[in-house]
Design a protein around this ligand. Structure first.
Ligand SMILES: Nc1nc2c(ncn2[C@@H]2O[C@H](COP(=O)(O)OP(=O)(O)OP(=O)(O)O)[C@@H](O)[C@H]2O)c(=O)[nH]1
Ligand SMILES: [Mg+2]
Length: 278
């Protein structure tokens, strides 16, 4: 993750050659920062004074982060509703399980709806997590209407006086407008009764620049309020969080770092930037 450390050391040591800049550029590109951001950073680094370079970089990178609210919009009273959306296999269901643990650890009462009704296995998967983590999971029949399962889940959350209601949705391609419209329908049906507070888009960090395209297109059809960047434990390149925030304006709210329920971290931008520069 310490993308800049080698360069900074060389600059401070006073011996930086053309090849070092090339290597730095490669490092940034390979970390999924994207071409444009990489060029901006290099231009800045080349022009900054030696003793100011670190603070100049930190400032420039900070300015690239999203300025949208980063804390979850949790209600003090009533049910906070969170929709979890994304393309196939990004880690939505696992992230819902992680959120179950995240909230129950804070002594909040959680109810989940299994609105991925396309596959029976998907219903089993989320039910298994619910049983393991002690969270009620409302399911419908296989192939039943996802919006009606979500609605049943919300009714249960309200009658149970739950604090948090999470909807796990089916994976969908951001390019298929029919499937994207279905998310809008889920939202509309829920909002007849209670507002949707967060729409968290789950992006697999290992998909690199494609993740940025996904974020842009999802944001166009549903009001995405935050990202969960998963699989940051694998070969994921640390630059993707910065690239995605800079290009979409959507804040990263959580980082997924493994397959178990505990592998979720709240994204802390300052720490993240310090980590890049360390
Ligand atoms: N290493 C790693 N694996 C993860 C992480 N999150 C999810 N996975 C794995 O990714 C695979 C897909 O996860 P799911 O949670 O089923 O993904 P999904 O988005 O619900 O998939 P669909 O419902 O089929 O669209 C599983 O094998 C998970 O264990 C993560 O943060 N790190
Ligand atoms: Mg799933």
């Amino acid at each position: 993750m310490a993308l800049f450390s080698k360069l900074l050391n060389k600059i401070r040591g006073g011996s930086i050659a053309a090849a070092d800049w090339d290597e730095f550029e490669r490092t940034l590109i390979e970390s999924d920062l994207g071409a444009q951001l990489t060029q901006e950073i290099i231009t800045l680094a080349r022009s900054a004074k030696v003793d100011e370079i670190e603070s100049a970089l930190l400032q420039a990178l900070s300015a690239k982060l999203s300025s949208a609210p980063r804390d979850l919009a949790l209600r003090a009273d009533g049910v906070t509703t969170i929709l979890v959306v994304g393309v196939n296999g990004t880690g939505k269901t696992t992230s819902v399980a992680k959120l179950m643990k995240f909230f129950t650890d804070q002594k909040l009462k959680v109810v989940v709806a299994a609105a991925d009704t396309f596959r029976a296995a998907a219903i089993d998967q989320i039910q298994t997590w619910g049983t393991r983590l002690g969270v009620p999971v409302v399911v419908g029949k296989s192939e039943s209407d996802p919006a009606s399962v979500a609605f049943d889940g919300l009714k249960r959350a309200m009658s149970d006086q739950a604090n948090i209601f999470i909807v796990d949705t089916a994976g969908r391609l951001h390019t298929k407008s029919g499937l994207m419209d279905e998310l809008g329908k889920i939202r509309r049906v829920l909002e007849k009764v209670n507002p949707v507070d967060e729409v968290l888009l789950v992006v697999d960090a290992t998909t690199g620049q494609n993740g940025i395209t996904q974020a842009k297109l999802f944001a166009e059809s549903v009001q995405v309020t935050g990202l969960i960047l998963t699989k940051m434990d694998g070969s994921a390149k640390g630059g993707i969080a910065l690239a995605i925030e800079s290009l979409t304006g959507i804040p990263v709210k959580f980082i997924g770092s493994g397959e178990s329920a505990a592998d979720l971290q709240v994204f802390e931008p300052e720490k993240y930037l310090q980590g890049l520069l360390a």
